[in-house]
Structures are given as structure tokens and as C-alpha cells.
Ligand binder design. Structure first.
Ligand SMILES: [Zn+2]
Length: 427
């Protein structure tokens, strides 16, 4: 809308001369007052009521990626601190979620505004950008933050305490109380060259998740029971991973944490719909053993499967024999590919690489190995536990355990019930 149109609209609303309104507006715009605020101001001057829906002050639920700059009065739910590399410089940012009674929204603050979880604040002139299809508030140099006197009541938990089962990639500023189950130290190529990290597995009463500590803290030892404050979650190989940064605080807990022992048992369709799970168990029939199973060759450099001694990264290599199974598993609700490594494959095949090599040599055909495996698996029901990743190529369950189901009648009855179509609720 042009200035002329704004003036026209205002003048007719207020019943005053258009030229007078226009000159008032021009005056305000000259001082960089946003047009919407300028119009409100001119309305007030001419005794008009401010419009009920002030465009700059919004309910969180009404904020869209197209909202431009907005003002919201919100409760701070979470606040995480992280250092990112932005245009070549390290910059400390704060991230988390804000909410009012209508909804919640993520934010990124490019400077420290001093608010903490639980505070109610009026955030003026925050820019809305789109992140992952959702609106997100950007608090920058032009943003104002003022403490509000009355707390905004919100239907959400304030503060970052979370159960592992509820963590999702992208979550920030969370606190978890966990037991460390597994620890491994590694050196990786980080953004600042070689970086010593510690990774492993954490558990609480609800789930187990992998973690990475970018500071390699001594406190994270096997069996330690800890409260970790200000962690963030990112997706790594298709599953949520808990990340400890330089801003994360670690404290020993003086209570027990009943770390979950067993994997979550799920229907295949439900497991696949989560987009990836760290430790899950499914039960299904093997309907096919896929190509690329049996006796295979791997690149000695990187471990990738090679064909005709050609690695797609390392070119000409002398491939090394290995065993693998890729089995399609179906539970009547969905399918996935269970991937068995060397050891599990040797178990189902009934022998290791040596035996497979011998059989292949005798038959002058490598396929005898996968045929044998196929005979042993197809048509039988197995319980498979492992890490599920889902991408555009499909759902792969990287198996840690693979066993034929026993004939427990209770188990079978439960599976039968599960496979029946769900009955609709009577109206
Ligand atoms: Zn390679």
C-alpha cells in the first residue's frame, strides 16, 4: 500500500481531511516510525480508537513466517546457549521456546537479553523467519525486551527438564537426569581441526539415547548418575543424539536412575513413522533376503561395500571379504530392512567368513552363501533389536540382536490381537 492509500483509508475512517492525515504520516515516517505505528498514532491524535488488532502486537498462534516484524508478550519456556560459526566468526547464541496462552514458538537470540526460563517478557520488533517450515523469532540488535509485570500463564511446562523419550532433533536448552551406560573416546575432524570428544549411551527411566560430549568431561564415566543442564539434540545417523557443549553443566545426582534395560517394542509402521529410533525392537517375518547379502567385499580403507574391487571413494582397492544380511522384515503393518553385520550373519549362516569362502569356492559361485541364508530365514518370524534410520532409500534397522521368536503363546496371542483391524469407537 502506498502512503496515499494509507492516508485515504485513515481519512475516511476518521472523517478528517486526507491532506492533513498524509502530512502527519509523512512527519512520523521521516523519523523511521513503522507505518503501522504511525497510523495508530495519527488515529489517536484525531480522537479515533486504536484498532483492536494492532498489527505489531500478536498472539503467538497468529505468527506466521510472513508476519515480518512482530511484538509478543510471552513466557520464556527454555533457554539454551550455543556457540556457532556465523560468517567465519564464532558467535554465542541463545535458543529455546517462548509461549503465550495461544501457542509456543522457537527463538534465536543473537545477543544476551538477560531473560531466563519462567520470565514473562514483552519482545518488541522481533523478526520472523521460517525454519523447517515453522515460524521462528529472531531477536537481534533492533529487538527490545522488557520484563512484564504480570506473568503470562501458559499451558506448557516452564523450564527445560525433559525425559529422554521426549527429546527430538532441534530441541535446545534441555536438562536431563541420566545414567551413563557406555563411553568411548574418539578424535574427530571438527570445525577447528582435530577435536577430542567422548560419546556413548545415556539412559533414564524412559529411553536410551546416544550422546556426544564435545568437551570430553571426566565426569561422564560408565555408571555415573548425572544431571546435565543445557543440552541440545541433533539428528545423527537418523536418530536423536544428546549433545553436551561448553555451556552444558554436569552435576552428580544423589538419587538412583532406573535406566531402562530393554528396547521399546513397536509396530514396524509406527517405528518407521518416527523417522528414526536409537534402540527399538520389532517382530516380523523375513519375506526376502535382499541382494548384497552373504559373502561381500569391503574397502580396507573405509569399510564401504565394494564391487569388482572398486570403492566409490578410494577407487581401485583390494576388497576384503565380509559377511552381511539385508533381510526384509514384515509385521503385517509395515516393512523395513534388517541389516545384520559380520557376527550376527555368522550366527544365522552357521559359520564365519572362512566357511563362506570355502562354500563359494566349491560351488564357484558366491551366491550359494546368500541362498543358504535365505533358506534359513525366509518365512520365519524374528525379533530384531537395533537402531532404526529412515531416509529416502527406506527404513534400515541396524541390528544388535536378531533371534527367532520363541513359541510363547501369550506373545503370539498379543501379536494376533495387534494385527486385527482396530475397532471404531461407537458414536
Ligand atoms: Zn573406500
Amino acid at each position: 500500500m502506498q502512503l496515499d492509500d494509507h492516508a485515504e483509508e485513515l481519512a475516511s475512517d476518521l472523517g478528517v481531511d486526507k491532506e492533513e492525515v498524509k502530512s502527519d504520516l509523512e512527519n512520523l515516517l521521516q523519523y523511521s516510525v513503522p507505518i503501522d505505528e504511525a497510523k495508530q498514532s495519527v488515529r489517536r491524535k484525531h480522537g479515533g480508537e486504536a484498532t483492536s488488532s494492532t498489527p505489531t502486537a500478536m498472539d503467538v498462534a497468529d505468527v506466521t513466517p510472513d508476519s515480518g516484524a512482530v511484538t509478543v508478550t510471552v513466557r520464556v519456556l527454555t533457554k539454551g546457549t550455543r556457540s556457532i560459526r556465523y560468517q567465519g566468526d564464532d558467535q554465542v547464541i541463545r535458543e529455546g521456546q517462548l509461549a503465550d496462552e495461544t501457542g509456543k514458538i522457537s527463538y534465536t537470540a543473537w545477543q544476551e537479553f538477560g531473560f531466563e526460563p519462567g520470565d514473562t517478557v514483552t519482545i518488541g520488533n522481533a523478526n520472523v523467519r521460517e525454519w523447517d517450515g515453522e515460524p521462528e523469532l529472531n531477536l537481534g540488535a533492533n529487538t527490545t525486551v522488557a520484563m512484564a509485570s504480570d506473568p503470562v500463564e501458559v499451558p506448557y511446562e516452564v523450564g527445560g527438564d525433559a525425559d529422554l523419550v521426549d527429546l527430538r532433533p532441534g530441541d535446545r536448552g534441555h536438562n536431563v537426569e541420566v545414567q551413563v551406560l557406555d563411553v568411548e573416546d574418539r578424535t574427530i575432524d571438527g570445525r577447528d581441526g582435530e577435536t577430542d570428544i567422548r560419546s556413548g549411551v545415556l539412559a533414564d527411566e524412559t529411553a536410551r539415547l546416544p550422546f556426544t560430549d564435545w568437551q570430553r568431561r571426566e565426569e561422564l564415566t560408565e555408571g555415573a548418575i548425572l544431571r546435565l543442564e543445557d543440552v541440545y539434540v541433533r539428528e545423527f545417523r537418523g536418530v536423536p543424539q544428546v549433545n553436551l557443549t561448553e555451556f552444558t553443566t554436569v552435576a552428580t545426582l544423589d538419587r538412583e536412575v532406573e535406566a531402562v534395560e530393554s528396547a521399546t517394542r513397536m509396530r514396524i509402521d509406527e517405528a518407521v513413522s518416527t523417522g528414526g529410533l536409537f534402540d527399538v525392537e520389532v517382530v516380523g517375518n523375513v519375506i526376502e533376503v535382499r541382494d548384497g547379502s552373504g559373502l561381500i567385499e569391503r574397502c580396507p580403507e573405509c569399510g564401504r561395500v565394494v564391487q569388482n574391487d572398486q570403492c566409490r571413494v578410494h577407487g581401485d582397492v583390494q576388497g576384503e571379504d565380509d559377511l552381511r544380511v539385508k533381510a526384509i522384515l514384515d509385521d503385517g503393518h509395515g516393512t523395513l530392512t534388517a541389516v545384520l553385520g559380520s557376527d550376527l550373519t555368522a550366527e544365522v549362516y552357521g559359520g564365519g567368513v572362512e566357511k563362506a569362502r570355502e562354500a563359494a569356492r566349491e560351488a564357484m559361485d558366491k551366491d550359494v552363501v546368500s541362498d543358504e541364508i535365505s533358506d534359513r530365514l525366509v518365512g520365519r518370524e524374528f525379533r530384531v533389536r537395533g537402531t532404526l534410520s529412515v531416509d529416502e532409500y527406506g527404513a534400515n534397522l541396524d541390528a544388535d540382536a536378531f533371534a527367532e521368536t520363541d513359541d510363547d503363546p501369550a506373545d503370539r496371542a498379543k501379536r494376533l490381537l495387534d494385527s486385527l483391524p482396530e475397532r471404531g469407537v461407537a458414536e
